[in-house]
Design a protein around this ligand. Sequence first.
Ligand SMILES: [Zn+2]
Length: 177
Amino acid sequence: MFIERDGVLNKVRLERQHQVIPLTSIEFEVNPEAVILVKRLKAAGLVVIATTNQPGLSHGQLSRRELDRMHQALQKALQMDDIFVCPHAEADRCPCRKPKPGLLIEARFKWQLDMDRSFVISDKWQDAEAARAAGCTSLMLKSPWVGAVHHDFLVQSFSVAVDKIFQLQASASALVA
Ligand SMILES: [Zn+2]
């Protein structure tokens, strides 16, 4: 189970239809809705992993120390099983910057995940594309950043996405039984 960090797990500032992501730990604020939803996902036995592109590390606008502090705050509030970060800029042409599936693939090996039964929740098309490439089911939150790439489900909110996952899991196990 993969969840995009910025805009889903933590708040972002909006400026002219763009998400302005936090560059210091002081600006970093966990989305209160995420606390209960991540708890529900973990209680259902899902491995819950945050994924995030942080090109500011490569560009020098974001320090490792500030990122570590942000993720300490994230862990204190949410107790994610893991956090996977792409520190590269687009020009680095790395395999892990979403929409590429590198972070998902890395997590698959580390956590022995079955991608067929894994989900991605995000408000951005890059995650839908990474999910498609990795073979996961994508649940996109309605936003101006969803784009026109393939996604499996488009839902109104993070909480509806979580309900949908439980619904899908229930019908999958009904088929097996
Ligand atoms: Zn990368």
